[in-house]
Write a protein that binds this ligand. Structure first.
Ligand code: SF4
Length: 471
């Protein structure tokens, strides 16, 4: 969606733009082949932490093909200097970048930068003339003519989200995408699945949560603005499934209900939608779930995280309790919605007993899907700072590619609990949740289980028993 928004901003400013998603292109064309087929003057690359090494590789490929390279997204926002020190990276954009990218393009027309020729063939970064105004672009990191790296002031968060052009949904080769990860199980694997962002940011401060782009200030689009984009997806682009991917879409209960009512009034409730990220359980009531159901919602995700109130309150600082989770799930199920829960293993302060409580909560709530994850310390989070202060983690020896919540290895040990003990409990959670007889019957009875049997077999071997590689 980040790329979609930037492409939307560039198109509205009159720049020819293409989205090239390496995952969607796998098996069709490599990045190198794409650049050879038709050279491009500027390549922007977006990267979360686990993909930063691939992003640097892609930047080197683009640079060798003669393009100016710009990196952005969560990881370069948190650690801009690290990327600016790579010779294949010309510019780094930090934070929300719809305005920044357009300002950069306008400046590049005046000053495309220059490369010092040292006589060798090594990749050289571009240097820019301060007189062109590079120092005035908020949220930009760049190199001056002497090679000195500058990090301009941060760009304030966009206040009026309605003023931002819609993401360029039409540029995605949507037929190459599967349905809405991670809530895919049981959804149509051949859906034309689009995502939509109705608000940005979240005021909560859960210690593991990394939201460097959207920030701590919750900002909502107007209901009318969201409906206009939703209508485009359904009526013009043929969406058959939509995923709401806000940080926390239901923060304002009144607005969430108004959005549901507007979907019904506009007849957009005929296309099923889900909340991809976990809804916040303490901003719900029975009426919200009933309205969501009437508005076409099929499945809701919840961030339950832990079955222990001490971990929730004192460690994670989630500002919710186990009882609130119970209540929200009951209301959602009563409204006829499918449910999905996120649970975290291996937070600081965990014991065998607290992880056992998390498993028992998953069994008790019995969502249609349970997504068990390992605590993952993303840079910039409180969790990272806590572990760094304890000497358990450092910027020097971390492998960014391993920093994925979907990984099947614990990322650190906690007092009294080895990584192996955490991983054992994580596998146990999968076994106890998914190997219950009625679960197995439900999965076996589904048609898509048989269509995707090899995939399910691999997943099951990895998650239930730690065999092979999880994909
Ligand atoms: S985990 Fe969810 S509720 Fe917590 S800070 Fe992140 S977005 Fe907000």
């Amino acid at each position: 969606m980040g790329l979609g928004y930037l492409a939307g901003a560039l198109l509205s400013a009159g720049y020819e733009t293409e989205i090239w998603d390496a995952d969607a292109e796998a098996g069709y064309e490599t990045f190198e082949e794409r650049l050879k087929r038709e050279p491009v003057p500027v390549v922007g690359i977006s990267s979360p932490t686990p993909l930063i090494v691939s992003a640097w590789r892609a930047a080197a490929t683009a640079k060798q093909a003669g393009a100016i390279t710009i990196l952005g997204g969560p990881h370069p926002t948190l650690m801009p200097h690290e990327s600016m020190e790579k010779p294949q990276v010309d510019l780094v954009v930090r934070g929300e970048a719809e305005e920044t990218i357009v300002e950069i393009m306008r400046l590049l027309e005046r000053d495309p930068g220059r490369v010092l020729h040292s006589g060798d063939t090594a990749i050289q970064p571009r240097r820019f003339d301060p007189a062109a105004g590079w120092g005035d672009v908020a949220g930009l990191s760049w190199r001056d003519l002497d090679g000195e790296i500058h990090h301009n002031l941060d760009r304030p968060l966009a206040r009026d989200l309605d003023a931002i052009p819609f993401p360029a949904h039409h540029l995605f080769k949507i037929e190459r995408y599967t349905n809405l990860n991670p809530l895919t199980d049981g959804l149509d694997p051949h859906a034309r699945a689009y995502t939509i962002v109705t608000s940005r940011g979240c005021p909560y401060k859960c210690i593991y949560c990394s939201k460097p782009i959207t920030g701590h200030t919750w900002r909502a689009r107007s209901v009318e603005n969201v409906i206009a984009e939703w209508r485009w997806l359904v009526e013009d682009l043929g969406a058959t499934e939509i995923g709401v991917t806000d940080d926390v879409w239901n923060l304002d209960l009144k607005r969430a209900k108004a959005l549901c009512r507007a979907l019904i009034a506009n007849g957009l409730n005929r296309v099923p939608w889900i909340t991809i990220h976990g809804m916040k359980v303490n901003h719900t009531d029975p009426e919200l779930f009933r309205l969501m159901k009437a508005a076409g919602c099929k499945r809701v995700g919840f961030g339950f995280e832990s079955g222990n109130d001490r971990i929730l309150r004192e460690v994670i600082r989630k500002a919710q309790t186990v009882d609130m989770a119970r209540q929200a799930v009951r209301w959602a199920k009563e409204a006829g919605l499918e449910t999905m829960g996120f649970f975290i293993f291996g937070m600081p302060g965990e014991t065998e007993e607290t992880m056992e409580q998390t498993i028992r909560l998953a069994l008790e709530l019995d969502p249609d899907l349970a997504h068990f994850m390992f605590a993952t310390p993303y840079p910039g989070t409180e969790l990272w700072k806590m572990l760094e202060a304890q000497g358990r983690i450092s910027y020097h020896d971390v492998e960014w590619g391993q920093m994925a919540i979907q990984d099947d290895h614990a990322h650190f040990e906690v007092d009294g609990l080895s990584r192996e003990a955490i991983e054992r409990k994580w596998h146990e959670a999968h076994r106890r949740f998914y190997l219950r007889p009625r679960r197995i019957i439900r999965i076996v009875a589904r048609r898509d289980t048989w269509r995707r049997l090899p995939y399910y077999a691999r997943q099951a071997a990895a998650m239930l028993f730690g065999l092979g590689e999880r994909r």
